[in-house]
Write a protein that binds this ligand. Structure first.
Ligand SMILES: Nc1ncnc2c1ncn2[C@@H]1O[C@H](COP(=O)(O)OP(=O)(O)OP(=O)(O)O)[C@@H](O)[C@H]1O
Ligand SMILES: [Mg+2]
Length: 262
């Protein structure tokens, strides 16, 4: 495996990963990789193991078999301090946003900046506030800095969570179901935002979703999970010509449901 300073090595790599809970297999021989600067979307139905996949990247879960590499390091071999370091370099935007409810929007975004100051980043209070304004501007919430999370819609909470993730200046960002449980307009706003940030920052990104249209819109490459296995891994442009019947069935069903709803 290459070292982390080798820029041609994948940033995230799953090699024949299997994981079961109580003898119930969830991931079965899953292999894929995410290159630096790439956006890979993990697509699959509810319960297929998408969140479990993300938790392996951050070392919250360990594979039963196979290996997970992040930034050239095998995650299951890392010590606790090294895991803390990986979780700084790779940030997760949770479905709920997971904001600190007792802090304002602005203080939520300032939080990772203050943590970085504690670790030696040189920023004074005015510079922190300016950075918070800039980050909130990037997610179109410049007016929201003094609001409390309870005042925000689910979609706005996710936008704040994205701004907070960016404040940590990670190398990679993982989005868990960024567009579920919001109205279609907000879903579009969030997916536009994710795409815009990816283009602007070149961040290595992963999105997990069950939404085929979102996957097509965002992905450089798609990992299609069916029953815990990778049914397809490749560029979006090759998805439609994938021969696996199960992939074809999904594409067909997606088109039918789209025609019905439009
Ligand atoms: N810590 C755990 N202990 C036991 N079972 C678990 C654990 N985490 C996940 N599972 C099981 O693994 C399976 C996959 O869960 P996961 O949360 O990854 O699904 P998902 O694809 O993210 O689904 P959704 O779209 O609903 O978020 C589920 O059956 C879940 O119950
Ligand atoms: Mg999930």
């Amino acid at each position: 495996m290459s070292e982390s300073n080798n820029t041609t090595a994948p940033y995230i790599e799953f090699i024949h990963v299997s994981k079961a809970f109580d003898d119930q297999p969830v991931l079965v021989d899953v292999s894929f990789e995410v290159r630096r600067g790439e956006m890979v979307v993990v697509l699959g139905r509810s319960g297929v193991g998408k969140s479990v996949t993300l938790k392996h990247i951050l070392g919250f879960l360990q594979p039963d078999e196979g290996q997970v590499f992040v930034a050239g390091k095998e995650v299951s071999r890392l010590t606790e301090p090294e895991l803390v370091e990986i979780r700084r370099r790779v940030t997760m935007v949770f479905q709920s946003g997971a904001l600190f409810d007792s802090l304002t929007v602005g203080e939520n975004v300032a939080y990772p900046l203050r943590e970085r100051v504690e670790r030696g980043l040189s920023l004074n209070e005015d510079q922190i506030q300016a950075r918070v304004d800039e980050l909130l501007g990037r997610v179109d919430l410049a007016e929201g800095r003094d609001l409390m999370p309870a005042d925000l819609s689910t979609g706005m909470k996710r936008s704040v969570a994205i701004a907070r993730a960016l404040a940590a200046e990670p190398e990679a960002i993982l989005y868990d179901e960024p567009t579920t449980m919001v109205d279609p307009l907000m879903a579009q706003t969030l997916s536009d935002l994710i795409l815009k940030l990816k283009r602007a920052t070149g961040l290595t990104s992963m999105v997990v979703t069950h939404d085929m249209r979102l996957a097509r819109k965002l992905a450089d490459r798609i990992v299609f999970l069916v029953d815990g296995r990778v049914a397809f891994f490749g560029p979006v442009s090759e998805l439609d010509s994938a021969e696996e019947p199960i992939v074809q069935a999904f594409i067909y069903l997606d088109e039918v449901s789209f025609l019905k709803s439009s």
